[in-house]
Design a protein around this ligand. Structure first.
Ligand code: AHR
Length: 606
């Protein structure tokens, strides 16, 4: 392997590695979004799921129903009605919420809870308890002393003591005398990342930070489009107070609370220092419904302009002012807008016209925003085209030169979704090798491929939590782990120079792939090399054009005995990078790359 360190071919895109996200696999509800109450507005039409259960016994009678005639807001215009016919302090009656696979509680922790409620009884106290599923005993409690006769929000805090960290808890809301209680939007939050109210899980955000992401593509994916136009991601219904968000059905077969709405996506970007790649609804939904370009499309184009203004406009603008009212006066950094998602599925052929209409309107108002098309178009030249690849490891290895001959005068490429389709719920080691091989091709061509993101990013590994596999990061309520690919991506993004030098490889086996980047200022040379075959491979590295090479190189090695080896929720660190050093004497390095191995080697040439 010969590397001409002083002969740069092109620079490396500063936005090369990022994240793609959507509501799938309980990514937000029951995932990143830290809310613990499942079906908190009872808008998830499927009552058979038994998220809420009525509590009564021999001497306490209660009935639980949905009341469509009253609710706390225009958006939430119905509610849960609890009719208690008999109850006493020793025999309370009420409801329990079983959470997303339980309530993941930790010891000595404060939980912030709230509810909208009203009652027909006077001096009705509402008791909150977090209760152990195993013992039936309360481990944290609080009380709203008196619920009024008009809709109002009540807040309490619950503190756990020296309890066992476990998901085997639930929430109970009870009263101790006969009454009718209407309630809605019940919420319980653990501590969140950066202590944001209505925020994200700390452990999952830390995991994502470990990927050194430069951008976040949101909110989809299919989730942006919806099955039908009326089920699209209608961003205006996802902002403002939670009580003003009507919630919506998602294409991944569960209802979305929209608690993590547009502002929360943008704050997520801010928290992890990521640029926003905002996907705006482009007038096509997955069951082949589309809006014809022209007059009919105008309201959708206006919605996109408003959305961009909400994200990036000054507080003097209508939607910038709305953002300030929602708690964030400072505009966000959103340099990319994508129009739609996977519009090659639109059999009407309307995307060319739709894209042009969005493109021209957005460019006229925001000339600096880079506009991404989801498939090639002829009507205008998009700044960027989004490519999606879900392939086998073999195919990725075979196609590592995919972008070598891409037209450099055409649009830039965003590899907005890719994953080696091996392993479940998260990718296995063979998948990690496929992803690593593919990324070498992306990095080598990072003059034209300016962004990349794996998909899907997240999966709740509880039974019933997954709609798509493989995924990158798995979790339950209390634990989170990275697939071997997670470590590959983290190593790629965390160790990259700003230039790609000339290099060539000869005499290597068929399943060897590599990429090199350099940073002149620091003198670092980063070599990423994959061996997808079981047999070791002797490598001789020639570092040309360097005056000096440090006597050791840093190595991070990811290896497993078999491609089907993997990480799991119970064995989360089975395959992780192992750090070591490689002795280096001069500019010629001979060493052996093990079978089934991905390695990052960092040379110091300063
Ligand atoms: O990543 C899962 C799905 O794959 C995305 O929602 C969609 O864009 C693609 O088909």
């Amino acid at each position: 392997l010969s590397i001409d360190v002083d002969k740069p071919l092109h620079s490396v895109s500063p936005t090369l590695y990022g994240l793609m996200t959507e509501e799938i696999n309980y990514s937000y509800d029951g995932g990143l979004y830290a809310e613990m109450v499942k079906n908190r507005t009872l808008r998830d039409g499927d009552w058979s799921q038994q998220d809420w259960l009525v509590m009564q016994n021999a001497s306490a009678g209660a009935k639980f129903d949905q009341d469509k005639s009253t609710g706390p807001s225009e958006a939430l215009n119905d509610s849960m009605k609890l009719t208690v016919t008999s109850a006493s302090p020793s025999e309370p009656a009420g409801v329990r919420n079983m959470g997303y696979w339980g309530y993941p509680l930790r010891p000595n922790t404060t939980y912030h809870a709230s509810i909208y409620a009203k009652t027909d009884a006077s001096d009705l106290a509402l008791h909150w308890n977090l209760v152990s599923n195993k013992t039936g005993r309360s481990v944290a409690s609080a009380e709203v002393p008196a619920i009024g006769s008009d809709w109002k929000q009540y807040k309490v805090t619950l503190h756990t003591g020296a309890i066992e960290a476990s998901e085997a808890y639930h929430l109970e809301l009870t009263v101790t005398k006969p009454a009718t209680l209407w309630f809605d939007l019940v919420s319980v939050f653990p501590p969140t990342y950066h202590d944001r109210e209505n925020g994200n899980r700390v452990d999952m955000m830390e995991m994502l930070a470990g990927m050194h992401p430069a951008f976040l593509r949101f909110p989809g994916g299919n989730y942006l489009e919806g099955d039908h136009i009326k089920e699209r991601y209608d961003w205006k219904k996802t902002i403002g107070p939670q009580v003003d968000r009507p919630t919506h059905p998602s294409p991944w077969n569960y209802h979305s609370s929209d608690g993590l709405g547009l502002l929360e996506f943008l704050e997520w970007c801010e928290d992890l220092h990521m640029k926003g790649v905002l996907a705006v609804y482009g007038g096509y939904s997955m069951k082949q419904e589309h809006v014809e370009p022209g007059k009919d499309l105008e309201p959708y184009v206006q919605d996109a302009l408003d959305e961009i203004e909400y994200a990036t406009g000054s507080t003097d603008t209508k939607w910038g002012a709305q953002r300030a009212k929602d708690g964030h006066p400072k505009p966000f950094d959103v340099p990319f807008v994508e129009v739609g998602n996977e519009d090659f599925f639109d059999r009407s052929g309307s995307y060319d016209g739709r894209f042009k209409q969005f493109y021209e309107a957005i460019k006229a108002k925001y000339p600096n925003i880079q506009i991404i098309a989801t498939t090639p178009v002829k009507s205008v030249k998009p700044d960027v085209v989004d490519d999606h690849f879900y392939l086998s490891a073999e195919k990725y290895f075979d196609d590592v030169h995919h972008y070598d001959n891409t037209d450099r005068n055409g649009p830039k490429i965003f590899m907005g979704e890719y994953a080696t389709m091996e392993g479940s719920p998260t990718g296995d080691f063979g998948a990690a090798l496929g992803d690593a091989a593919w990324l070498t091709g992306v990095e080598r061509n990072s003059d034209v491929v300016i962004m990349s993101s794996y998909a899907p990013l997240l999966v709740n590994v509880h039974p019933g939590g997954m709609q798509w596999h493989p995924d990158l990061i798995g979790y339950t309520g209390l634990s989170v782990y990275g697939s071997p690919s997670y470590y590959v991506l983290s190593l790629f993004a965390g160790n990259v120079g700003n230039e790609v030098p000339e290099s060539s490889l000869s005499g290597a086996g068929p399943r060897i792939a590599y990429s090199v980047t350099t940073n002149k200022a620091t003198g670092k040379v980063y070599l990423k090399i994959v061996n997808g075959a079981p047999t070791p491979q002797a490598i001789e590295i020639d570092l040309k054009g360097v005056g000096h090479v440090g006597s050791t190189a840093k190595v991070e090695r990811l290896h497993a005995m078999s491609p089907v080896d993997t990480n799991t929720i119970n064995d989360p660190k089975h395959i992780v990078p192992v750090a070591s050093t490689l002795p280096v004497a001069g500019d010629n390095v001979k060493y052996t790359l093990g079978g089934y191995t991905f390695e990052l080697i960092e040379f110091d040439t300063k």
